[in-house]
Structures are given as C-alpha cells and as structure tokens.
Design a protein around this ligand. Structure first.
Ligand code: GDP
Ligand code: IMO
Ligand code: MG
Length: 432
C-alpha cells in the first residue's frame, strides 16, 4: 500500500509542482487533497513551462491517473479553462482525470465576497488572499450550505441548492460591498454548461482511492499551499482555509491514516511568503531583493512579488513534527549561489527569551526577532548540478547542517526549475 504525501513546509511556493511532476514517474496516481485554484504549481521540462492550479501535477505523464479529491474546492470556470489549456497542448484528460463528486464548488458569489472583504479596510483584517473565493467556499462547506459536484447530477436538486443560497448571498453582498450578483437564471445556466463538461469526470473518489490502495498501486498525494498556511496550524488568521498539512490527506481524499507510508516535505533553501501576516525572517534589504530577483519570486497565480527572507528552522521543525515528515526535499539551493554569507534562523527571541516552538499568537510571531547562525556561502554555481558529490563543499556542508538541525534526511536536492536539474539521493518507495 505505498501511499506517499508531498507537501509544502513553509508558506507555499516551495517548488512542489516541480517535485510532484518528477516523482510522478514512480507512481500510478497523483491526487490533490485540498485547496483550489489559489495554488500555482510550476512544471518545467523540454524548455517549456506550465503552471497548474487545480489539476494534479502528474498530468504531463501519459499513463498517470490524476484525482481531484473531495477536500479541494473547484471553481467551474477555472477548471474548464485549465482543461481547455491542457487539451490545447495535446494532453488528453478523458480517462485520466477524476474529480470527487463530494468536492464543493466555488460559486461567483464566493469570489465577490472574498474580494469585497479584502477591500473593506478597517472592518476586517486584510489577509492578502488570492481573491479566488477560496475562504467563502470553504465557509459554506462548513456551514453545510455549499454546492457540491454531485449536485450537478440532478437539475432540480441543483436549482434548489442554488435557490437556498441566492437570496441571502445577493442581499449580503449588496449591503456589505454594494455588489450586484448576476441574475439567478444566468448562474444556473452557467452551472448547466459546466455540468455538460464535468459529469464524465465525476466519481466517488473515496471508493476509488481505497480500491487503488488494495490493488497495491503507488499513490502520490499532492499538497497545495504550505504548513504555515494551514487553517488550523498555520499563522492564523493569515492562512488559507484548508488543511495543507498531512491531516488533510485523510479528510480530503478519504485515505485512512493507517494507509499512509511516507510524508515528504518540500522546503526552499530560504523562505518566501505572498500576502499579509507575520514572517520573522523577512528581509527588507538588498539581500531580500537579491533572493527575490535571483529566485524569480513572483506569485504563479496572482503575479504578486513574494516577500523573501532567510531559512527558518523553527518553521521547518514545526512542519516536520506536525505532518510526520520522514524525508526532506530541498529546492532552490542555486538561488544562494551568489551569497557570501547565508543565515539560518534557529529560534525566535521574544521579550528576552528564546522560543523554539511555533507560537499560536500572531502578535508574538509578528514581534519576535530571529536568532541566526551564519554560514559561509560557496560563491560557485550549483545551478543544474545533478550529482551531490559535484556540489561545492560548502554547499554540501550547508545541506548537512540543515539535515542535522532538522533531524531528517534529504531525499532530493533541486538545483533549478527543470525536471533534469535535480539531485536524487534515494528512492521514493523502497521498491521503486
Ligand atoms: P509550488 O507552488 O510549490 O509548486 O511552487 P511555485 O511553482 O509557485 O514556485 C516555485 C518556483 O520556483 C517556480 O517558478 C519553479 O519553476 C521554480 N523552481 C522550482 N525548483 C527550483 C530550483 O531548484 N531552482 C530554481 N532556481 N527554481 C526552482
Ligand atoms: P501554492 O500551492 C503561496 C496565500 C495567499 C494569502 C493566503 C490566503 O502555489 O503553494 P487564499 O486565496 O487561499 O484565501 O489566500 O494564502 N496562498 C498562497 N501562497 N502559495 C500558494 O499556493 C497559496 N495559496 C494561497 O497569498 O496569503
Ligand atoms: Mg505556487
């Protein structure tokens, strides 16, 4: 029953897309368990670059099944566009893409509410969301008023679910943000068009995943966002609205916890964050600028510049503990090639005391000062190196230092955006 999870250990954008595409070669199935089209997963091969938002990152391997689990929130327009885009580059999705009939949909009113709330300065704390309607859609799911993919099967039932929402949503959005919702018939009509496209992909993915497990298929569960954006365990309230840590796999795909074999954590050699919220190692100087410039740190979904800072071992240790991460994948080591000195945060200082555990309180996280160790940079090119022994000695000792500090081995070191620019140190599964 080889089930592996690959998830982000920081604030997202760790390079999960590249790694999942790479590891997809060793599995039969790639399955997303949470998030929505707030995610932007970049995959580069054959000198081409693709950004996936909803469709799992195994889609570029012809023989892999890609599953969108019940824990994902699906925007009909975004999904339709992504399907069309992939078809336009010759990727055939029929028989290869499966969507859970229990997945909740993102409706246009969710997006209006998300964007409206973010603009209402003063009333709510600005989170810097992607504006895709993610939070309001998950809120409706928890309030038990969401519209699910399976509702598309029965036109009458679909209409009644939409009716139950429409009046309340239109009144609230008008009075709070002065926004007028599209006419009811138009919304229903759009859903009916989506229905035509999507019905063939819908399935009970709980049954599917568990059948695949009993057939001993290799499954890779794809995390979106990162540990610090997890709604329960992240830097709340500056988080997304789903469980991006390993717990989300069980609820978001119907995979029992006893069936998960491996949890791999993807971590950048430095830290980035998009949107608002505390970020202890954030740099506001030339070095931060250099990280952003060399690392091309712009959001793959919104194009916003990412805030940059040094590697934060408090965050990484927290992610390891929370998700039971048993091996690490280090990305973007090449971005550090031009740094004379590299810093690693090993603790936070708050009111004269050093904290090692992640504080729940955003006021503490926002006011603590990082405690750093300093490392001599290698000032040589690591970009594109495929063999660990060929890395500069100082880069190897930096990697060893991180592994010792985190008490966890590295399985992969990524030295560039392309599939090929990778150092593989071990196997995903013992038999692969
Ligand atoms: P994800 O959301 O975790 O999949 O990450 P994103 O795709 O949003 O952002 C990661 C960015 O870094 C993308 O532009 C990748 O092409 C790029 N990338 C991934 N791994 C590496 C690496 O090892 N080195 C460099 N220079 N870029 C990388
Ligand atoms: P991937 O999968 C980085 C951030 C947003 C915002 C917060 C809440 O590419 O790593 P939301 O729209 O989810 O309600 O926004 O979460 N965020 C991400 N940051 N990478 C992502 O995904 C993100 N998805 C959401 O910027 O701060
Ligand atoms: Mg991303």
């Amino acid at each position: 029953m080889p089930v592996a999870v690959v998830l982000g250990m920081q604030w997202g954008d760790e390079g999960k897309g590249k790694i999942i595409d790479l590891l997809a070669d060793h599995v039969d199935v790639v399955a997303r368990y949470q998030g929505g089209h707030n995610a932007g997963h970049t995959i580069c091969f054959d000198k081409k670059e693709f950004v996936l938002h909803l469709i799992p990152s195994g889609i570029f391997h012809d023989d892999k099944l890609c599953v969108i689990g019940n824990g994902v929130v699906v925007d009909p327009i975004a999904l339709s566009e992504e399907i069309k885009q992939l078809e336009s580059v010759g990727i055939n999705l029929e028989g290869r893409l499966v969507i859970s009939d229990r997945a909740n949909l993102i409706m246009p009113y969710h997006q209006v509410s998300d964007q409206g709330r973010e603009k209402e300065k003063g009333k709510f704390e600005k989170i810097g969301t992607t504006g895709r309607g993610i939070g309001p859609s998950y809120a409706d799911k928890i309030a038990r008023i969401g519209i699910r993919a399976c509702d598309l099967r029965d036109e009458k039932y679909l209409q009644s679910r939409l009716e139950a929402n429409y009046e309340e949503k239109s009144q609230v959005l008008k009075s709070l943000y002065g926004k007028q919702l599209p006419k009811f018939d138009g919304l229903l009509n759009d859903l009916m068009i989506f229905r035509e496209l999507i019905l063939k992909y819908l399935m009970d993915t709980n049954v599917l995943m568990n059948n695949l497990i009993s057939q001993n298929k290799n499954i890779l569960c794809e995390g979106a966002q990162g540990t610090m954006l997890d709604v329960d365990h992240g830097s709340y309230p500056f988080v997304t609205s789903s469980n991006s840590s390993a717990g989300g796999v069980c609820t978001g795909l119907g995979i029992p916890p006893t069936k998960i074999d491996r949890v791999l954590g993807v971590v950048k050699a430095y830290t980035t964050r998009v949107g608002e919220g505390p970020f202890p190692t954030e740099l506001f100087d030339n070095e931060g600028e250099q990280l952003g410039k060399v690392g091309h740190e712009f959001g793959a979904t919104t194009g916003r510049p990412r805030r940059c800072g040094w590697f934060d071992a408090v965050v990484a240790k927290y992610a390891i503990q929370l998700s039971g991460i048993d091996a690490l994948i280090l990305t973007k080591i090449d971005v550090l090639d031009g740094f004379k000195t590299i810093k690693v945060c090993t603790g936070y200082k708050f009111k004269g005391k050093v904290i090692q555990d992640m504080p729940a309180d955003p006021v503490i996280l926002g006011n603590c000062e990082p405690v750093y160790t300093e490392h001599e940079g290698w000032m040589e090119k690591t970009a594109g190196i495929k063999d660990f022994e060929k890395l500069p000695e100082k880069a190897r000792s930096y990697i060893q230092y991180l592994s010792d500090l985190l008490g966890t081995p590295f399985l992969i070191i990524s030295t560039g955006p392309d599939r090929e620019e990778t150092i593989q140190m071990g196997s995903l599964f013992v038999n692969s």
